[in-house]
Ligand binder design. Structure first.
Ligand code: ATP
Ligand code: MG
Length: 256
């Protein structure tokens, strides 16, 4: 296990659950956590992929805060940076990205433990992307990748995977086969209905289990706060029913 070398966070991505645990927004992530855990009544959800239709939807922010929140239940959580195009998880947690997922794929003598990094949270560990490969999609479909993800799952109670935008590249659709559920993060106001629909279709095509969508960055009456909504998809034969779960306030600033 690699010990945490650096301290502090760069503040670019909102890690509000760690920096301001008493903030009302933390309650939004609790709600998201609860919804995820209740999504898997038949088969427990133990691994989640987070993606969005387009870049900058808030994938990394959602994965990171969710990781902190789930780890607070006492579960051992590993976040894997599966965004092999624009990895950012290491920056959120103030870690280096010298060794990560891609190293484990190509260097056979390495174990997961060699690349796994600690965080400030006792139960939260990070596997960064590692050096960027020229062929992310090929790596993701490889047998070695499958084997590696299984090994990572053995080392945690809950696996969270960050990813690239699903309409930009095939990586997230390919990654979805390795997890129990997929969450779509939608940036309020930025994502037309057809774009969200298209993203869902891409995931449906590979039979991803879309367990819900997070509607991110909903401004509220110019107060500088954002609202979060969580929509739960369920029903058979692709029938979708949306239920508004809860509404919370979320500070815009990352510098609290
Ligand atoms: N709810 C929010 N409130 C305030 N700022 C947010 C919120 N969600 C995301 N941001 C900010 O928006 C920016 C993009 O977010 P983030 O990096 O999480 O998106 P992403 O989908 O991972 O982007 P990429 O496609 O580049 O990987 C970051 O600077 C982040 O701090
Ligand atoms: Mg990201």
């Amino acid at each position: 296990m690699r010990k945490k070398q650096t301290s502090g966070y760069n503040g670019k991505v909102n890690l509000i659950t760690l920096t301001s645990p008493k903030s009302p927004v933390v309650e939004a992530y609790h709600s998201l956590r609860t919804n995820i855990l209740f999504s898997g009544l038949d088969k427990p959800i133990r691994s989640i992929l987070v993606t969005s239709p387009l870049p900058s939807g808030g994938k990394t922010t959602t994965v990171s805060n969710l990781g902190v929140t789930i780890s607070r239940t006492g579960a051992r959580v590993i976040i894997v940076d599966g965004d092999l195009r624009r990895p950012a998880i290491h920056r959120v947690f103030g870690l280096d990205n010298k060794m990560g997922l891609t190293n484990l794929l190509v260097e056979e003598n390495l174990t997961v433990d060699d690349a796994l990094q600690e965080t400030e949270m006792e139960n939260l560990y990070i596997l960064t992307s590692g050096p960027l490969p020229p062929n992310p999609s090929e790596l993701i479909v490889s047998a070695a990748f499958n084997k590696l993800i299984e090994k990572v799952k053995e080392q945690c109670d809950f696996l969270l995977v960050d990813s690239s935008p699903v309409l930009a590249v095939t990586d997230p659709a390919l990654l979805s086969r390795y997890v129990d559920g997929t969450i779509l993060v939608l940036n309020f106001g930025d994502i037309p209905r057809e774009v969200a629909q298209k993203a869902k279709e891409q995931l449906d095509n590979v039979k991803a289990n879309i367990i819900g969508a997070v509607l991110n960055r909903i401004p509220s009456n110019g107060t500088g706060y954002y609202y979060y909504y969580y929509y739960h998809y369920y029903g058979e034969h692709g029938e979708k029913e949306r239920r508004k779960k809860r509404r919370h306030r979320s500070p815009e600033s990352t510098s609290e």
